[in-house]
Design a binder for this molecule. Sequence first.
Ligand SMILES: *Cc1c(COP(=O)(O)O)cnc(C)c1O
Length: 428
Amino acid sequence: MNNYRMGTKCVQAGYKPGNGEPRQIPIIQSTTFKYDTSEDMGKLFDLEAEGYFYSRLQNPTCDHVAAKIAAMEGGTAAMLTSSGQAANFMALFNICECGDHIVASSSIYGGTFNLISVTMAKMGITATFVSPDATEEELNAAFKPNTKVMFGETIANPALTVLDIELFAKVAHEHGVPLVVDNTFPTPVNCRPIEWGADIVTHSTTKYMDGHGAALGGAIIDGGHFDWMAHKDRYPGLCTPDESYHGITYAEKFGKEGAFITKCTAQLMRDFGSMQSPNSAFILNLGLESLHVRMPKHVENGQAVAEFLESHPKVAYVNYPGLPSNKYYDRAKKYLPNGGCGVVSFGLKGGREAASTFMQNLKLGAIETHVADARTCCLNPATSTHRQMTDEQLIEAGVPAELIRISLGLEDKEDLIADISNALDAIK
Ligand SMILES: *Cc1c(COP(=O)(O)O)cnc(C)c1O
């Protein structure tokens, strides 16, 4: 499947029915799987044979969909998780343990910022946050002897900064650590971070991949390039025997291509159980089948609305990497030549109050804690998703208090612009 183009992978990768088998990926709605002998099942537990025994760790429906996403991202292995949060947590915790350190872009999703800065800190894993615009020198300075991983978002939610993936990957690799990139906003249709040097890619599939606001989910994809054994001392979790799993050494037994996802499944999914349900995976797959058709429309609507807002007298500023005035325009041209996504953020001259009037008066755009859906929606992060942050942290994360994030859906752009124009007129 890897020789096909993106659209073909979106539709057909990950599942090939045999003679007389269902054309669509079947929903295997079963918690367990039956075996004739204990020995047969024992081989699965020892990771000696491939197969399924319990859907908390692996399920065939989920695996078909994960295999499709792996093909789309150009990775060697992938797994689904119950949410994007679970994907980011497990991708990082599969590398780090108590006493370790993460270098992360400060411009990331609020939930991920919280996860890294508060919750993982409680587990003894510390972090240094760097600007997505940091120079190579500044990035180098953030590394410590116990740094195990670097993290960033291709297009940050909601700041819409664009990550210099090549630079982050170069610095990470010079320090002998992998780069994990959350690629939720562009999806592999618009950017494939592994091609630019990222080692591991994560997704909140809740967003464009599902695309219909129907199923919560996440995914982790391994590019299969990072050589864990070359940094054996730094990654004991991957490079020394796992006593909780019959003494298996993942990097030895499954190599660069398979070690990461195998460990993450056998150890972390076993212990945390953050599996995506097969029903959700089925819904996710329906979304993936049209992702290559939907993304260009989201980009078209995003671009049209961004241009309209930029020309409007009540608008103070617009953030959209597709605008020539945007700080990230050149970087976006490089990493996102077909456009990034349908999310636009902007500030109104009237501040918080104008933001509230504007949002109330939209008829097509609904106020939601959501983005990347077929239906247009909007949000003021400072009073919702990012409310745990101080004003300084909000500015640092690129989401000042007056910022509105609007996610353009798949409606006709003329209707969206008319709706936005009316809501702007309602501001006194
Ligand atoms: C939404 C989002 C997440 C979290 O995903 P959930 O599916 O809501 O858990 C992580 N990263 C990014 C970039 C997101 O937009």
